[in-house]
Design a protein around this ligand. Structure first.
Ligand SMILES: *Cc1c(COP(=O)(O)O)cnc(C)c1O
Length: 569
């Protein structure tokens, strides 16, 4: 029964899924979160299947030219090494042509042996028009038209493929962000008549973006060029009052349950969409994917059973300080060995090291640290500090590329008391080295634009403190001087409302606070109060890692969004 598709009531749709670096079908947090949720679902035996696209050309490999300008190199990977091509084929019609869609499967095996299939749709087959074969090549690669075709394949083709694979009893279609929203069209086609309530009963929607500009939008002009006639008629009926389709709006209107990915994000979403019903399920990370081998051993020794029930990490205060420190230093050395290998720079393991790595989107302000270089140098005169940066910019985002250039130039210029290192090609492997091996995780987005953020949770799983603007998950995980430190002012409710309509923000305040706290709290605690430092590490594990993990997230989705019981629970 475990492998019988007839008994899988939940289908999870995501434009990107990040399971490991050797399956390069993700670009950042959204995909990694999807992968982590599916892994936890497998660990917990939740009867669910995942659906995404294959991306034969992946996202991209990051290199830099001698101007420190990002260059994108194609990813070379062979899907047949990681996935199994199934014999099933379905077809969809777009742009007036019929396209054969095939599917690859990855069996995610949970900690107790429960298999969870993840399906990767592909159109690169003989018999398809050359342009159609390319539709599953690039993740976030082409223009809006290309994206529209991809989203039709994901939503409509995805559901059609699930049926071909024998999934006849799905109660819940979970849209991880709006990209797969066109599956509602296929549900309507299956139904045979127009009944929005019947569709709504089957769909749940998780929104991830707190700014309207982040939502995919297609005009009816664009849609009419791509869709077949029946789908065209239905979508015009479903969104009768607008000149086009926002995928977020589609999700909001045709779901029985909607959530944001942190409490604050739900507040901002309700204000932005003029709603009151957006709930929140705060994100998490998959424990055994992100924990270091040293910490894992320690937790297994002192907190048996934590892998299946990471809530037990509340007991972390019982782990001896010297063991925590030894496990941490081992991870730090591993990171530094890698930096020596790739950058030819030997960092000092006894020097306080801060990490900053994320997509180089401008709102994440990777360069905030460099706002006042003189001040930074003064701070480091007394005590040394090291910074390790990483991050990719979207190929079309010149603002993001300029940020990376600025940081890389700084990394060449600083020396002596401040070292700055930039690691190329941020991916899940680099993320894992960094979130296990630095001492402090820095995060300073423009509030409230970080819907949740998850890299800081990976750090918490390794007892690494966050030093972050109060946004996203950190508002919930932050206890000053206990789990880390805040940067900038505390958020207010009025601000959430305002944020939906304006982006006015006094950025200078954050930079000043960052320098003040670095100088007066982070540096002195690290160098002068080792006992307190390690105690903060333990509190970070007990208070943050115990909660901000995808086992807890999947429990919440199962009870609030799916209403299912699952094996062993
Ligand atoms: C975890 C992860 C992210 C997401 O990090 P944020 O803190 O949400 O920005 C992005 N990219 C990679 C490779 C990751 O592993």
């Amino acid at each position: 029964m475990e492998n019988d598709p007839a008994f899988r009531p939940v289908a999870y749709f995501s434009m990107e899924v990040g399971l490991k670096e050797s399956i390069p079908t993700y670009s950042g947090g959204l995909g990694v979160l999807a992968g982590d949720i599916l892994k936890s679902a497998a660990d917990l035996g939740v009867p669910m299947a995942g659906v995404t696209l294959l991306y034969r050309k992946g996202y991209f490999v990051q290199e830099f030219n001698d101007q420190d300008w990002q260059q994108e190199k194609p990813v070379v990977w062979d899907p047949s090494k990681e996935l199994t091509l199934l014999p099933n084929k379905i077809s969809v019609t777009i742009r007036g042509r019929e396209i054969k869609v095939g599917v690859w499967v990855y069996e995610c095996i949970g900690a107790t042996g429960y298999p969870l299939p993840i399906y990767f749709l592909d159109t690169d087959f003989d018999g398809n028009h050359p342009d159609d074969r390319k539709l599953c090549w690039y993740l976030y690669g082409g223009d809006n038209h290309y994206r529209l075709c991809q989203e039709f394949i994901l939503g409509v083709g995805g559901l059609r493929m699930l049926r071909a694979l024998g999934y006849m009893n799905i109660d819940t279609f979970h849209l991880n962000e709006g990209h797969a929203g066109f599956l509602t069209l296929e549900l309507m086609r299956e139904l045979g008549y127009y009944d929005p309530d019947r569709i709504r009963e089957q769909v749940v929607f998780t929104t991830h973006t707190p700014v309207p500009a982040g939502h995919d939008y297609f005009t009816f002009g664009e849609i009419d060029q791509v869709f077949p006639d029946d789908a065209k008629t239905t979508i015009h009926k479903m969104i009768p009052d607008k000149p086009g389709v926002s995928m977020t709006e589609l999700g909001l209107r045709y779901s029985r349950y909607v959530n944001g990915v942190a409490k604050k994000h739900a507040e901002v979403s309700n204000a932005m969409f003029n709603m009151e019903t957006v709930d929140w399920i705060t994100n998490g990370i998959h424990p055994t994917t992100w924990v270091s081998s040293g910490m894992r051993k320690l937790y297994n020794k002192h907190i048996p059973g934590w892998e299946l029930d990471p809530g037990r990490l509340v007991q972390a205060l019982t782990i001896p300080a010297n063991e925590i420190w030894a496990a941490h230093q081992a991870s730090k050395l591993r990171l530094f060995a890698r930096i020596m290998e790739t950058n030819g720079i030997q960092l000092d393991p006894d020097v306080l090291t801060l990490g900053f790595a994320r997509r180089a989107a401008t709102y994440k302000r990777a360069d905030l640290l460099l706002t006042d270089v003189e001040r930074l140098k003064k701070i480091a005169e007394k005590r040394k500090v090291q910074f390790v940066f990483a991050g990719k910019s979207h190929p079309a985002d010149n603002g993001g590329k300029a940020l990376l250039q600025k940081i890389r130039k700084a990394s060449h210029e600083f020396g002596g008391n401040i070292r700055i290192v930039f690691m190329d090609n941020y991916n899940m492997e680099i993320a894992s080295l960094l979130t296990q091996g630095v001492d402090v995780w820095l995060n300073n987005p423009i509030r409230p634009r970080e819907a949740s953020g998850t890299s800081g949770m990976k750090c918490a799983m390794n007892g690494i403190m966050n030093f972050s603007v109060l946004d996203g998950w950190w508002i919930e995980g932050w206890i000053e001087d206990v789990t880390g430190w805040s940067i900038g002012p505390e958020p207010s409710e009025a601000e959430a409302k305002e944020a939906a309509t304006s982006t006015h923000y006094d950025e200078k305040l954050d930079a000043v606070d960052l320098y003040d706290k670095l100088e007066n709290k982070v540096i002195p605690t690290y160098y002068d109060n080792h006992d307190k430092w390690v105690d903060m590490m333990r509190h970070t594990i007990a208070l943050d890692a115990s909660f901000f993990n995808t086992h807890r997230v999947v429990h919440e989705y199962a009870s609030k969004a799916y209403s299912i019981d699952f094996r062993g629970m």
